[in-house]
Write a protein that binds this ligand. Sequence first.
Ligand code: TXA
Ligand code: MG
Length: 316
Amino acid sequence: MNTELGTDLLKALRLIQAGQAVAVPTETVYGLAADANNEEAVLSIFAAKGRPSSNPLILHFDELTTALPYTAVFPEIFQKLYHAFSPGPLTFIVPKSSLVSGLITGGQDTVAIRFPKHPVLQELLQQLGRPLAAPSANLYGQLSPTSALHVEAQLAGRIPYILDGGSCNEGLESTIIGLIDDQVVVYRYGSITPEALSEVLGYLPAAKVHAEGGVLTSGMVKHHYATQTPLFLGFRPAETPQTAVQITIGPNQTVTGPHLILSKNASLIEAARNLYAVLHHADSLGLAQIYVESFPNDGLGLAMNDRLARAAAKFA
Ligand code: TXA
Ligand code: MG
């Protein structure tokens, strides 16, 4: 299959209406989107990614009123969070209605829904008038894409079109939340932090980011978001200066040898935005190892440490 890269929204729309999976920009990472009401189209997402079909997909909507028919209930506390953070990088796990195919939910009776903020995807969703099922547009287990070129590097030949909407502004997959005994819990850390949620909730939501028992979300899989080059957390040992690249949050005078910086001002927001792009770049250098400085373990640092720990787990 020939993969075209461009900015033709109408072309992406026509392909999706014809049942194809197309890569689309979101504010978090690029998604591989297909008509959620077309089971064959949904199956083509799993095929293109090489993803096990037991891993559920997120449904993307323009706004809550369009989403409600796909849910059995949308709890009041989620409505409050919706008004505070949507459209944006927050995914809600809610009981599904009969409109949602078991193919989307991996056979579970809950569905993940999100209201992306990227103007191109908002426009596409409004023109389509139905939900888009979309996982991140990477091969299963590999680094998430934050630019159209990242998608092309992994999925060329597997999908017909990549809709280029520029670099993703947030750079990390959405925060995923659910409800347990009327308490909001975080299933995946993202750029909406537990602290930010607590301002609306009045309490700090508990984190359930490691699978207990069965695997609930693919982001919980220990080896995930990985580079090809062995990746380690922290600073490289002094004896390996030329065979490893060191990634640091901000400028760091003590680093010698290959060195990449996530943010010139050591800004965590900028570091999050650049994290995957810098990891893609580090992976392309052909060096023996990648070392990444750990982030402070709070706020946005939680999400970045989580992704890095899962990437490093593959090589531990
Ligand atoms: O920012 C994002 O969320 C991006 C963009 C494209 O929207 N999407 C994304 O999708 O990261 P994906 O498929 O790579 O990760 C979605 C996560 C998976 O870990 C999946 O298992 C979880 O959401 N998930 C989906 N439905 C679920 C459900 N019913 N219960 C629990 N987890 C669910
Ligand atoms: Mg993913």
